[in-house]
Design a protein around this ligand. Structure first.
Ligand code: GLU
Length: 461
């Protein structure tokens, strides 16, 4: 069994494309089949190398590996031209040199009559030898197919155009190349967005004219924004790699997109192997799905909590590097991550919160410092500094005991020590549990940051 993902490199890989890719990938895995990546780059004007690169990177980041590919349609032009010639030679396709003016007039006339615009077959019998090539679509009967998602679908041939299969420069068009490729690559399941549903009867007629077996088709409903409008940039239909840059884990995103239009009872969390086990084309919803960023954040938080530490670190590294955080310069990163993973929504946030363990700073958040480092907390910080300096074993527990002892002796609440300590340690007031954080920051750094806070108070009082 073979399925494929066949993006056109005319833009980035976005949520909709990634979901189509995931469904086709899952279906291949579930059936112990093969998954093929084919880049549909015959539209030379709109296809770009950058877009190919972004699609490949997106697939790699998501972990959607392919058994074959990427296959570029631009490498297969001769094969398409051979098929086009054979269709011409067998009278199933013909050249057409109608002017744009004639086609425009035809279109206008039909629209005025309230009819669907359609080529009238004017050049069918002319035996021309140049121009665009049109497929001679049957005039009568219907095209009927059973879509794996939508059920039976029927189109009357009378509604279908004699479609252009080669442009005047000889370059083949999408509907021709897709049929030739899906046939040559032995594709059993064509899984794609339902924006292609109108192309399917045209393609089926081509299969029939060529005497080829049909694949099964599964047309996946589109994705809408929460406001019910078609998903756009405004809703998050951005390059899939921007989710990486915003700190999402690829498996959280996959978990999120598998649930866009597919469900298994009320289950929300699916490991990849569960997705493979449970996924079925027939369970894809017929209605459009809607995109909800809050749910994605919730899933990401869940995955950050539970992802195996080495895998988590692999993904975090990208963010540490982009924030120039050198983890050789401080505590074991695994310990830091274990300390932070329960309170990070994204990996960008986690990397941000790692900074205090590896990077010294030379100033405190000025608004916070003004509020927190008041003259009256100087003796508390001095007390803390000298008690901590005395500690011979630097553990969270010992540090905690020191804080408690100061609270008791001075008859003050925990926050009176904890709050200035946290700001001194982090520079921005953001940290996990203060004792564990201080342990990880290390004794020397903790003491020098406390000293810096004391100096701040001295200089500002
Ligand atoms: N290249 C087409 C697209 O990106 C997909 C074609 C298909 O899956 O049949 O929309």
């Amino acid at each position: 069994m073979k399925s494929r993902f066949a993006p056109s490199p005319t833009g980035y890989l976005h949520i909709g494309g990634a979901r189509t890719a995931l469904f086709a990938w899952l279906w291949a895995k579930k059936n112990q089949g093969k998954f093929i990546l084919r880049i549909e780059d015959t539209d030379k004007e709109r296809s770009t190398k950058e877009s190919v690169e972004v699609i490949l990177q997106g697939m790699e980041w998501l972990g959607l590996d392919y058994d074959k590919g990427p296959i570029f349609q631009s490498d297969r032009i001769e094969r398409y031209q051979a098929v086009i010639s054979s269709l011409i030679n067998s009278g199933k396709a013909y050249y057409c040199n109608c002017s744009k003016q004639r086609l425009d007039n035809l279109r206008e006339d039909l629209m005025k009559k309230g009819e669907k615009p359609k080529y009238d077959g004017y050049c069918r019998q002319k035996n021309l030898t140049d121009g665009v090539v049109r497929f001679l679509n049957p005039d009568d009967k219907v095209v009927l197919f059973e879509d794996c998602v939508k059920g039976n679908i029927e189109f009357a041939n009378s509604e279908l155009d004699d479609l252009v299969i080669a442009r005047a420069d000889g370059s083949p068009t999408y509907n021709l190349t897709v049929v030739v490729d899906d046939h040559d690559m032995d594709i059993d399941f064509v899984i794609r967005g339902d924006d292609h549903i109108n192309n399917t009867p045209k393609q089926i007629n081509l299969y029939k004219a060529l005497g080829w077996n049909l694949p099964s088709f599964a047309h996946v409903p589109m994705i809408l924004g929460v406001d019910g409008a078609r998903l756009s940039k405004r809703h998050g239909a951005v390059n899939i790699l921007s989710y990486r840059d915003e700190g999402y884990l690829p498996n959280a995103l996959l978990n999120y997109i598998v649930r866009l239009g597919w469900s298994h009872g009320d289950q929300e969390l699916f490991s990849i192997s569960e997705m493979i086990d449970l996924f079925d084309l027939k369970d894809i919803n017929k209605a459009p799905a809607s995109f909800n960023k809050d749910k994605l954040i919730w899933l990401n938080q869940n995955y950050i909590k539970t992802t195996e530490i080495n895998e988590l670190l692999n993904h975090l590294k990208y963010h540490l590097d982009s924030q120039s955080i050198n983890t050789n310069n401080g505590p074991n990163i695994e310990d830091v991550v274990e300390n932070l993973r329960d309170r990070s929504k994204t990996l960008t946030e986690m990397a941000n919160n790692c900074a205090m363990f590896y990077q010294d700073f030379d100033s405190f958040d000025s608004d916070l410092a003004k509020n927190v480092f008041q003259t009256k907390c100087r003796p508390i910080l001095e007390n803390l500094h000298s008690e901590l300096e005395e500690l011979d074993s630097w553990t969270a527990e010992k540090i905690h005991n020191v804080i408690m002892k100061i609270c008791e002796n001075r008859n003050i609440g925990f926050a009176k020590v904890g709050q200035p300590f946290r700001l001194a340690l982090s520079g921005n007031g953001k940290s996990g549990s203060i004792d564990k954080s201080a342990q990880l920051v290390g004794k020397d750094r903790t003491l020098s940051r406390l000293k810096m806070a004391i100096d701040f108070i001295e200089n500002h009082s």
